[in-house]
Every structure is written in structure tokens, then in C-alpha cells.
Write a protein that binds this ligand. Structure first.
Ligand SMILES: Cc1ncc(COP(=O)(O)O)c(C=O)c1O
Length: 375
């Protein structure tokens, strides 16, 4: 049986030509040419002054926290519904993650829940542009200003998404993107930190290379720091994908429209809602069903898997993970963040690869209709 994968890239001869050139020529004095081109092209696309290419988004979030000086026992607020990579770097710097609820329609951080969680120890919030959607940045930035906290955008899933005409990654003090193999723009593994702030950019550049400024060969390190770089072959791949990003996003939007057309008539089923003023990029087409349908998400996933259809469960609330059960007061999160717990039980991601064909969407939706109209 042919599988319909959950995610996958779109690679053309442009990517192959750039990577071939990098592997042949990007050495010695030319070692960084593709990094510079990729960083410049990506920063221009996002509309920020500075970009640093990295091995992952996780390293970007770690660097962002470290460069902002977030440290021991500081609190950093994160939405419940996200991959653990949003929160793990908070622990890397010795700070404490505080989990807040998400908005019931956009599934991104809820501004009221954010404001309610701020304490004198809060240093930052990490917003998440979930599944290619975007958070309510007008409200979030106003709250951040009111309480003097820093905003880090986890834009891992949202390259090219826009809120009020501005790109994901251009709102916070600093942002991080993922170029993991499943992402719309991929370098296999990889990430990018972006910022408007020159001082933050310099600090991130210093910290990401064992505490030395770019170009320094004295080997006299003044601080213990990190080694976070990508190879020139990855940067070459990323440059080609950035040059094609609009085309990649168009494909994602077309796939979402195919699904919406076929699923819109099913009662009790909702899909990614971009929210007001958002041009979403639909990294993952997702469905959430009404609790009253009494469908178990594992049963839905298994029924689709029997026909070769890959799905992913909606992210589980971070406060429900074994990894965080040691945090004091963690058991109170469930009652405080009901939307996140409801989404956990009633949501899955559908096949969303860049190679997805309309006939495959027909096939997936036919099986979904059978499951939902029977229930
Ligand atoms: C919301 C979110 N944040 C962070 C990451 C981590 O990205 P990476 O795997 O590049 O470190 C991911 C990856 O899937 C993600 O979805």
C-alpha cells in the first residue's frame, strides 16, 4: 500500500545545483559564502536586519534566551500547545517554564492567559506561531510593554506567515525558525535566529561559536558558550529554498484549500483558523472535532493508518508531559488551561507534505467523511 506521508519537502534542480556548488567550492576562503547569502536572503524575506544560521530552531531559542540574559530562576511563559523544543531551552538556561492556555480558534497563545501568569520573576514570553498560524501580536506586544518583558517568537512552523502584513519573526525582540526536514522551508536539519537588534545579534554570534566574535582566530575564549553552526551544504539548500519560499507557501495554501473544500460540510469539525489579519501558511493542515462526537484521536489515527494515511496527534499540553511533572504546582495547569487539554483529545494533523496531490486529498477526505459521518 502506498503511504501518504504527513510531511516532506519539495526539492528542485535549483537546490541540487546550489548544494553541488557548495560541496565543490564552499571551502577555504569561500567557506561561508552560502551562509552569508542564505542569512541575507532570509533576513530580507522576513523583514529584519539580522539573521544567524544555526543547526536547529532549538539552538536558536537557547541562544535567544542566553543572549537576552535569561537565567537561574527567572520565569519564562510559553503556550501549552507546542513541541517541547519551545520550552526545553528555558531549562537549559536554568529558568522556569510557566505554561499558559491557547486561544480556542487560532490555537496560539491566549493573551489573557499570558497576562494572568506574569509575576515579578517573569523575564520573557515565547510565543508560538502554531502550524503556520500566528498569535495576536498587537495584544502580546502591548502586554509585554506594560510589564517590561521580552518577546521571543518561536516561528519554527511559520516561515512566510503574516500578521497585519508583517512576517512571522519580525515582531519580537528575537525569533527562531526551524528548517527540519518536515518544515515548509528545509535544510534537512537547521534553524535561523533573526532580530532587529544589533547588540543581540552580536551577542548571539559570540555565544554560538564558543565565545568568540566572528573572524577571531586568537583562540582566547573569554566565556564558556556553545557551538551552534550549520554546514555550507545546508546553507546552500536553505538559500535555494528561500528563493522558492513563495512557491512553497502557495503549495501549502492550495493543499489547505483542497481539504477545506472537501471537509467543510462535516458537522462538528473545524480546521486551522488563521484568525483576523493573518495570512497563514498551513505547515500542518489540522482538524479538531467537537467533544460531543465522542471520537478517540488514537482510533481516528488508526482508522486512517489502515489505508496508508499518516497523521500526527495534536501536541499534548506541555504540563501533561512526564518531563515537567517535577515542577511545583504543575497539577493546577489542567484546570487553568482547559482549551489546551480539550485540543489534545480532539485534534490531529493531516498529510501536509509539499508533494501532496489533490487525488490523495480526495482519498484522505473520503475516509474522514466515513469516520465522522458515521460517529
Ligand atoms: C513549535 C516548534 N518549536 C521548535 C521546534 C524545534 O525545531 P528544531 O527541530 O529545528 O530544533 C519545532 C520543531 O518541530 C517546533 O515545531
Amino acid at each position: 500500500m502506498k503511504r501518504i506521508p504527513i510531511a516532506g519537502p519539495w526539492i528542485t534542480s535549483l537546490e541540487i545545483d546550489y548544494v553541488n556548488d557548495a560541496v565543490a567550492n564552499a571551502w577555504y576562503d569561500n567557506a561561508n559564502i552560502y551562509h552569508f547569502r542564505f542569512e541575507k536572503a532570509f533576513a530580507d524575506y522576513v523583514g529584519v536586519a539580522h539573521a544567524v544560521s544555526l543547526p536547529s530552531c532549538t539552538s536558536g531559542l537557547h541562544l535567544a534566551l542566553a543572549a537576552l540574559g535569561v537565567g537561574i530562576n527567572d520565569e519564562v511563559i510559553v503556550p501549552e500547545i507546542t513541541w517541547i523544543a519551545t520550552a526545553a531551552p528555558i531549562n537549559y538556561v536554568g529558568a522556569i517554564p510557566v505554561f499558559v492556555d491557547v486561544d480556542p480558534t487560532t490555537w496560539c497563545i491566549c493573551p489573557d492567559s499570558l497576562e494572568a501568569a506574569i509575576t515579578p520573576r517573569t523575564k520573557a514570553v515565547i510565543t508560538v506561531d502554531l502550524y503556520g498560524n500566528m498569535a495576536d501580536y498587537d495584544r502580546i506586544l502591548a502586554i509585554a510593554k506594560k510589564y517590561n518583558i521580552r518577546v521571543i517568537e518561536d516561528a519554527a512552523e511559520a516561515a512566510g506567515a503574516r500578521y497585519k502584513g508583517k512576517n512571522a519573526g519580525s515582531f519580537g525582540d528575537v525569533a527562531a525558525f526551524s528548517f527540519h526536514g518536515s518544515k515548509t522551508l528545509t535544510t534537512g536539519e537547521g534553524g535561523m535566529l533573526v532580530t532587529h537588534d544589533r547588540a543581540l545579534f552580536d551577542r548571539a554570534n559570540f555565544l554560538r561559536d564558543h565565545g568568540r566574535v566572528p573572524g577571531d582566530f586568537s583562540f582566547e575564549n573569554s566565556e564558556v558558550a556553545f557551538k551552534y553552526k550549520m554546514s555550507s551544504m545546508q546553507a546552500a539548500l536553505g538559500l535555494a529554498q528561500t528563493e522558492r519560499l513563495d512557491e512553497l507557501i502557495q503549495k501549502k495554501r492550495a493543499a489547505f484549500a483542497w481539504y477545506r473544500e472537501r471537509l467543510s460540510g462535516i458537522p462538528g469539525l473545524t480546521m486551522n483558523d488563521p484568525g483576523l489579519d493573518v495570512d497563514a501558511t498551513y505547515w500542518m493542515v489540522s482538524i479538531v472535532w467537537n467533544e460531543s462526537l465522542r471520537l478517540n484521536k488514537k482510533d481516528v489515527a488508526n482508522a486512517l493508518a489502515q489505508h496508508g494515511i499518516d497523521t500526527r496527534p495534536f501536541f499534548s499540553p506541555l504540563s501533561s508531559l512526564g518531563a515537567y511533572q517535577h515542577l511545583p504546582g504543575i497539577e493546577a495547569c489542567r484546570a487553568r488551561n482547559p482549551v489546551s487539554y480539550r485540543l489534545r483529545d480532539c485534534g490531529i494533523n493531516l498529510p501536509s507534505s509539499l508533494g501532496l496531490q489533490e487525488v490523495e486529498v480526495d482519498f484522505v477526505c473520503e475516509h474522514l467523511r466515513q469516520i465522522f459521518l458515521k460517529s
